[in-house]
Design a protein around this ligand. Structure first.
Ligand code: E4P
Length: 228
């Protein structure tokens, strides 16, 4: 299972790529708007600069007419280079644009996926990734992880190469459930990513090891003994 960061906050992205094994960053118009930057294109370029050329950057189209969507996609990739994925919201027009972009060799992430049917259609249109929104399904008494499991099963049955990039997580358990359901990738906000690595018993365990060592050897670390 791979992890991406679902944020447009530059400090969070710097921290994330420094400490966490993330393979990329996903943004959407809401996340970029939240940063209140005067020039969103410059901000997207800054994200690419921080994550480097080898990590994935998923950028959502904001245009709503076909020709403009294609032009926007081309301009995004011209700005951010390889390993850029164009997030296209699923709809009849979205599927058409997905097909056109994938035929031109662009990587597409079909986003705002809330049903199995949407995911399968997106895969047939040529999407490299589909992004099911787990919390948004859970919040309406659905089960996001079940939708992910069904998508994964159909992709597996028909040997479809499109990968699941599950999104919209609010709890650590949702991430675990999606992994168990066969979701290959999860994009997670920075706070949740930190929670994913935290456990109170881990903290107390580490403190216990340090305390035991110090009682016996004081300030002398193992490295000091090794290097004497
Ligand atoms: C990511 O690609 C999605 O846009 C995002 O995870 C949606 O998350 P939300 O439901 O918290 O807005």
């Amino acid at each position: 299972m791979n992890f991406l960061m679902d944020t447009a906050n530059l400090d969070s992205i710097r921290y994330g790529v420094e400490y966490f094994p993330v393979i990329g960053v996903t943004t959407n118009p809401t996340l970029i708007t939240r940063e209140e930057v005067p020039d969103p294109a410059a901000h997207i370029a800054a994200i690419r600069e921080i994550i480097g050329p080898d990590r994935q950057l998923h950028v959502q189209l904001t245009e709503t007419e076909e020709e403009q969507m294609l032009a926007e996609a081309e301009a995004i990739v011209a700005l951010t280079g390889k390993n850029t994925y164009l997030k296209v919201p699923v709809s009849p027009l979205g599927l058409r644009v997905t097909r056109a972009l994938s035929e031109q060799g662009y990587g597409v992430t079909e986003t705002a996926i809330l049903s199995v049917g949407q995911a399968v259609l997106a895969s047939r249109a040529g999407a490299r990734y589909v992004a099911p929104y787990v919390s948004r399904l859970d919040n309406i008494n659905g089960r996001g992880a079940d939708v992910v499991a069904q998508i994964a099963e159909i992709f597996d049955t028909f040997d479809i190469g499109t990968e699941i990039l599950a999104a919209s997580f609010k709890t650590v358990q949702q991430i675990v459930d999606v992994g168990l359901a066969g979701g290959q990738n999860a994009t997670v906000n920075p706070d949740l990513l930190r929670q994913l690595v935290s456990h109170p018993l881990t903290d107390s365990g580490i403190a216990g090891f340090a305390g035991d060592w110090k009682r016996q050897y004081g300030e002398r670390t193992l490295l000091r003994f090794l290097k004497k």
